[in-house]
Design a protein around this ligand. Structure first.
Ligand code: FAD
Length: 461
C-alpha cells in the first residue's frame, strides 16, 4: 500500500447506478467521509436483479436507438453461486427464516437477491443518497473536475459538478451476438438471452441454443420443458461432440459449434449433424458500453477490452477522478465490488495513493503483453477466472482491508465445478457442507448472525 502523501480530504462524488456495485460503492465512499449522489435511471435499487417480464423490441439488441430494458433476468433464474459466498462481507446473504415470503434455498431465485439488495440499501440508508428515475446522459472532465449531465423522468436536464465519478452502470445489457456463417439468409427467429424471459413462446419448436455456460445451460433446460427439441451448440466442445442429455423431457442434445446456417432453415453443426430449427437463442455474452462517457478519445472499447484501465478500475490519466467498479465478470462479484469500492474510497480521500500515471500505463502495457503471451484473447481481458483471488488480494492489500476468506473462493470453485459436471441439479445437490459450515461459523464469529442455522448440515447430496 502506498502511504498517504496528503491530508485526508472529503470529495463530492457521483456514483452512476444503484445495482449491487453502485450500492456498495456508495456505502464505502460515504463511510470514508465523502458526500455521495447516486444516479439511477430505474425507480428502485437492485439493477440487474429487478426482473421485468418486458423485453426489448429488437430481440438481438442490434438497433442502437431501441428503448433499453436493463435487466437480463429470466423468470426461472436462480443464482449460479451459493448464497453464502455471494453476499457483502458485513451483511451476509443468509436466509430470512422468520419470513415465509422469502426464498431460503442455498441457490435462491432472483427475487431473493433483489430483496437482499433492498435490505442492504435500507440497513445502510443508501436510498437517501439515490436520485431515482434519473439517467446520466453525459460525463466529461472540466478544469480538473467532472461535469455530470442527467435527465429526470420529466425529461429535464441538469448539469452538476463533482470531484469524482464512479461508474457502476453494469455490463449485462448490451448483447454480444456471435457470428454464424450463412445466418443472414436463414429464415428463422433469433433472440439473445438478454431478451429471454419464459419458455412459452418456444412451444413445440425446434430450438438451437448457442452457449453452454450458466445462462445457456439454464435456458436450454427451461425451453426444453415446452419445445419439441433443443440443441445446444457448444464452442468449448470437441468437433465430434454429439450427445443426448438426460432431462425429464428427453429432448435435449449437445453438439459442437455451428458450421453454417442455410436458407432452407437448416443448421449444420461441426459434428456433421443438421437440424431444421425454428429459433436460435444466443447465450453468447455481453459487451461493455458507456454511452454517457466523453473522454476526448482517451478511453476506448476495443474487442470488449475497456482501455486503458489500471487494475480494471482507474484510467491512468483521468484517475482518481474517474473510476469503474464491477468491470471484471464471473467469480465472486459482490465482494469484488466491495473491495474495489474500498480502494476507490481510500484513493479519493488521499489515505492511499496511486502510482504516477506513467507507472500505471507501464503496468497496464505489461499486463496486456502477458495476456498476449498466454494466448488469451483481448476480449477476455476482464475475465479474471482463476487469477481473481490473486487480483482481489492485491487490491485488498493496497487499501488495507481484509483479504477474501478462503472458504468463499473454494465455494465458488467447487460451485462452478458442479455447474459444469451437473448442470441439471447443481443448485440442489452439493458436496461442500464443510464449506457451508465454515461460512456460517465465520459469520457467527464476527457476530454477523446470532445463531447457526440447523438446516445446513443435512442439506445436499
Ligand atoms: P447492474 O446490476 O446491472 O446495475 C447497474 C445499474 O446502473 C442499473 O440499476 C441501471 O439501471 C443503472 N444505470 C445504467 N446506466 C445508467 C445511467 N446512464 N444513468 C443512471 N443509471 C444507470 N452474480 C452473482 O454474484 N451471482 C449470480 O448468481 C449471478 N447471476 C447472474 C445471472 C445473469 C443472467 C447475469 C447477466 C449476471 C449474473 N451475475 C451474478 C452477475 C451480476 O451481474 C452481478 O452479480 C451484479 O448484480 C451486477 O451488479 P452491477 O451493479 O455491476 O450492475
Amino acid at each position: 500500500m502506498a502511504p498517504a502523501q496528503n491530508p485526508i480530504s472529503s470529495k463530492h462524488v457521483a456514483v452512476i447506478g444503484a445495482g449491487a456495485s453502485g450500492l456498495i460503492a456508495a456505502r464505502e465512499i460515504h463511510r470514508e467521509g465523502h458526500t455521495v449522489v447516486v444516479f439511477e435511471r430505474e425507480k428502485q435499487v437492485g439493477g440487474l436483479w429487478i426482473y421485468s417480464p418486458k423485453s426489448e423490441s429488437d430481440p438481438l439488441g442490434l438497433d442502437s436507438t431501441r428503448p433499453i430494458v436493463h435487466s437480463s433476468v429470466y423468470e426461472s433464474l436462480r443464482t449460479n453461486l451459493p448464497r453464502e459466498c455471494m453476499g457483502f462481507r458485513d451483511f451476509p446473504f443468509v436466509p430470512c427464516v422468520d419470513d415465509f415470503s422469502r426464498d431460503s434455498r442455498r441457490y435462491p431465485s432472483h427475487r431473493e437477491v433483489l430483496a437482499y439488495l433492498q435490505d442492504f440499501a435500507r440497513e445502510f440508508k443508501i436510498e437517501e443518497m439515490v436520485r431515482f428515475e434519473t439517467e446520466v446522459v453525459r460525463v466529461e472532465t472540466v478544469d480538473g473536475k467532472w461535469r455530470v449531465r442527467s435527465k429526470n423522468s420529466d425529461d429535464l436536464s441538469k448539469d452538476e459538478i463533482f470531484d469524482a465519478v464512479v461508474v457502476c452502470s453494469g455490463h449485462y445489457t448490451e448483447p454480444y451476438v456471435a457470428h454464424i456463417p450463412g445466418i443472414k439468409s436463414w429464415p428463422g427467429k433469433q433472440i439473445h438471452s438478454h431478451n429471454y424471459r419464459v419458455p412459452g413462446p418456444f412451444k413445440n419448436e425446434v430450438v438451437v441454443v448457442i452457449g453452454n455456460f450458466a445462462s445457456g445451460a439454464d435456458i436450454s433446460r427451461d425451453v426444453a420443458k415446452v419445445a419439441k427439441e433443443v440443441h445446444i451448440a457448444s464452442r468449448g466442445s470437441e468437433a465430434s461432440t454429439y450427445e443426448k442429455l438426460s432431462v425429464p423431457t428427453n429432448n435435449l442434445w449437445i453438439h459442437s459449434e455451428i458450421e453454417t446456417a442455410c436458407d432452407d432453415g437448416s443448421i449444420f453443426f461441426k459434428n456433421g449433424k443438421a437440424v431444421h430449427a425454428d429459433t436460435v437463442v444466443y447465450c453468447t455474452g455481453y459487451k461493455y458500453k458507456f454511452p454517457f462517457l466523453e473522454t476526448n478519445g482517451y478511453m476506448s472499447i476495443d474487442d470488449n477490452r475497456v482501455e486503458p484501465l489500471y487494475k480494471h478500475v482507474f484510467p491512468p490519466a483521468l484517475a482518481p477522478g474517474l473510476s469503474f467498479v464491477g468491470l471484471p465478470g464471473m467469480g465472486i462479484q459482490f465482494v469484488m465490488f466491495e473491495i474495489q469500492s474500498k480502494w476507490v474510497a481510500a484513493i479519493l480521500s488521499g489515505r492511499v495513493t496511486l502510482p504516477a500515471p506513467e507507472k500505471m500505463m507501464e503496468d497496464l502495457i505489461a499486463s496486456y503483453a502477458m495476456l498476449e503471451a498466454l494466448g488469451i484473447p483481448k476480449r477476455h481481458t476482464h475475465k479474471l477466472g482463476k487469477i481473481q483471488s490473486k487480483y482481489l488480494d492485491w487490491v485488498a492489500e493496497e487499501c488495507g482491508c481484509q483479504l477474501v476468506e478462503p472458504w468463499r473462493t473454494q465455494q465458488v470453485d467447487r460451485g462452478y465445478g458442479r455447474l459444469v459436471s451437473n448442470p441439471e441439479n447443481y443448485r440442489d445437490e452439493w458436496d461442500d457442507d464443510d464449506l457451508i459450515k465454515e461460512a456460517y461459523e465465520d459469520f457467527a464469529s464476527k457476530k454477523l448472525i446470532s445463531f447457526l442455522p440447523s438446516y445446513f448440515p443435512e442439506s445436499g447430496r
